[in-house]
Design a protein around this ligand. Sequence first.
Ligand code: NAD
Ligand code: AKB
Length: 322
Amino acid sequence: MNKILITGALGQIGSELSHAFNERYGNENVIVSDVNPDVNGIYPENIFEQADVTDIGALEKLIQQHQIDTVIHLAAILSAKGEQNPELAWHINVNGLLNVIKLGIKYNLDRLMVPSSIAVFGPQSTLYNAPQETILKPNTMYGISKVIGEMLGSYYFRKNGLDFRGIRYPGIISYKTPPGGGTTDYAVEIFYEALKTGHYTCFLSSEACLPMMYMPDCVRATIELLEADAEFLKHHGDYNVGAMSFTPEDLANEIRKHIPNFTIDYKPDFRREIAKYWPASIDDSAACADWGWLPQYNLEMMVKDMLMHVAEKLNIPFSLKQ
Ligand code: NAD
Ligand code: AKB
């Protein structure tokens, strides 16, 4: 791994992963790219290239020009946005990925990392302690595109030896860049509303239990899998990783420990139907065994850290109660 290209780098995960990569691999070795040209001061230390992943010519130019040998492919349309425009989700998530895979083979990339998601699970999956291997028949276009991504990864690993790696990320919680249109976004929005107004109206139902992960764990998991010795990896684009699981009510109760007057009510919309068939918890024993995965943040630690950072961002005086 000498020169790394990150697609979709302006998103929730890319904007933080790229900074961690700068520290680890040197900013001159990390090229960041997105279809959105509005870098808005996020990447003063990196080369930024505007590119649409559905344009294979534009991607190829980047790979040649910067002698890229590793791609972290984050460009995607997430679940809620994907249900509003399923064809766009298919085009970007499947055709965009195929472009990256074709170039990965043509330029003999060292590694191609492509996130999957808990969205691969569906009504026929085991949804408690969701196993690494189970029936995957999701009922969203986003989920379908992620199952296809995982299968393409295994296929091109077997057929062409492409070193394809990926994690089924849970909902990612962070404060630097807002999430980009997913079903788990409530678990970020709630912090802003709790601090600004003391009230949040949740678009999921109170009992919707989902696996979640704090961004520092997400960044660390990504780097650990990227650097793992290939000979120990029994899976490719589909590692389950767990960290914490909670319902909106659990999260509200945890926030209330620090903002006692905080209130929540529920007006579930179409996203409730998406969350209904996602797992409540995850069996990540394969990731633990193959590359030593171990989360560091639980609900209590995440809530404290989020409240402090969001309050600072919003310039609201705030201190933790315990
Ligand atoms: P995001 O929506 O925040 O960012 C995606 C980025 O992709 C955006 O900056 C967008 O401008 C860019 N993009 C969209 N279309 C593009 C195109 N045609 N060409 C180039 N760039 C394009 O998403 P994220 O949360 O950072 O997710 C990154 C990856 O992780 C995705 O594959 C997503 O499915 C996966 N994932 C995320 C989460 C999560 O909770 N954030 C959970 C599971 C999986
Ligand atoms: C979404 O809600 O779409 C994402 C995901 C879990 O893939 N956060």
